[in-house]
Design a binder for this molecule. Sequence first.
Ligand code: NAG
Ligand code: NAG
Ligand code: NAG
Length: 373
Amino acid sequence: QAVPAGCHIRFNLQTGQNEAKLAEEEGLKQQMINKETSMFMAEDIKKALKKFKGFKDFSEKDQVKKSQRAQFRSMDELKKDMAALDIQVETDVQIITKLLYQLNNTNSTVDQKVTALLDLEYLVHQVDNAHNLVSMGGLILVTDTLNDTNDKLQESAAFVLGAAVSSNPSVQVMALKCGTLQKLLTLLATPQPLPIKKKVLFALACLLHHFPFAQRQFVKLGGLQVLHELFQTHGAETLHVRIITVLYDMITEKELVSQTGVDPVLDSNHQEILDQYGEVILLPMLVEQGWCSLVPEVLTYPDHDRREKALLTLLAMVSHCQLHYLQNPTLSILLSALHKQYQKMAFTEKTQGEEDGYFGEILVLVDSLLKML
Ligand SMILES: *[C@@H]1O[C@H](CO)[C@@H](O)[C@H](O)[C@H]1NC(C)=O
Ligand SMILES: *[C@@H]1O[C@H](CO)[C@@H](O)[C@H](O)[C@H]1NC(C)=O
Ligand SMILES: *[C@@H]1O[C@H](CO)[C@@H](O)[C@H](O)[C@H]1NC(C)=O
């Protein structure tokens, strides 16, 4: 479906869905007529209207009843309306300025600040807006908000940071320079409510993603140790999958680069990138800290998603963890039980006509692990 130019669309990494911002009256006008992003031009509207079956009838005035016609407006009328609305255009830069002011103003209530942060989170998914946030001093402001005494503000600040650095290499670099990594690790290492930890883990994952230099810093600053302690914290079980996902992503990212290399055309500094990945020492550290026996715990959860992630992570670590796996009697019992369960489920799946079903995939993972043991 055609979406008006200027309407905010984003791909939500957490849900995998495309989202368009529901605009209120003012916002909608502004988005329809955004000066910066080119708007629906008159020609586009004409073209779109032609695709409607009723368009011919509409142009042949006599055949159209007046009541029907009243729903349409001529191009001239539309243009006039648009021109009138043009006055109210507010660019994203202006909006970000206002939001930062609201966040920075000591007179703002906590609710106002949280609202400002959530609106910023929405905007900074766009690469340009994330750059605007940096150039307007917003990145430092948001990073400082991680320190606030209010939980909701801390949580929202982490949410904004994750969105701003996500798939945005230059903002990742700026965030690292601002000391964001240390702040995130501090929040993970100290007692904080779960919602904060969740968003902080999200921001951390976004900051480390495809950024070997940050990954090395993360290891250097004891990040693996911090995650290890968090994993074992009573009550933090809901974070287990998020934690092992951070590890899994780093392991496989490094693996992929060392196998396929970096595209010398796309990345002119590919040798440097390779070197940087080479300096991220992950697997030996993971073994040393006992992750080979921690990750199997996630297999005991009843839901398939978490088990799948655990199996993938166990496989990613197998080159270094094999001995530990072999010496873990619980793991072999668990895997045998899972093998039985998923064999049955995969069979049912097949009899229902699904050849490459989900349970079949999990079964393949279980069997690959069993084979290596
Ligand atoms: C905060 O409110 C006080 C009293 O209304 C006002 O004098 C002051 O200028 C405000 N400060 C800011 C930064 O808006
Ligand atoms: C926040 O306010 C302080 C002091 O009022 C000011 O120096 C600073 O530039 C402001 N920061 C931003 C990002 O607007
Ligand atoms: C923020 O927290 C860090 C460590 O948690 C502390 O060193 C720093 O002084 C704090 N900054 C502010 C502005 O409160």
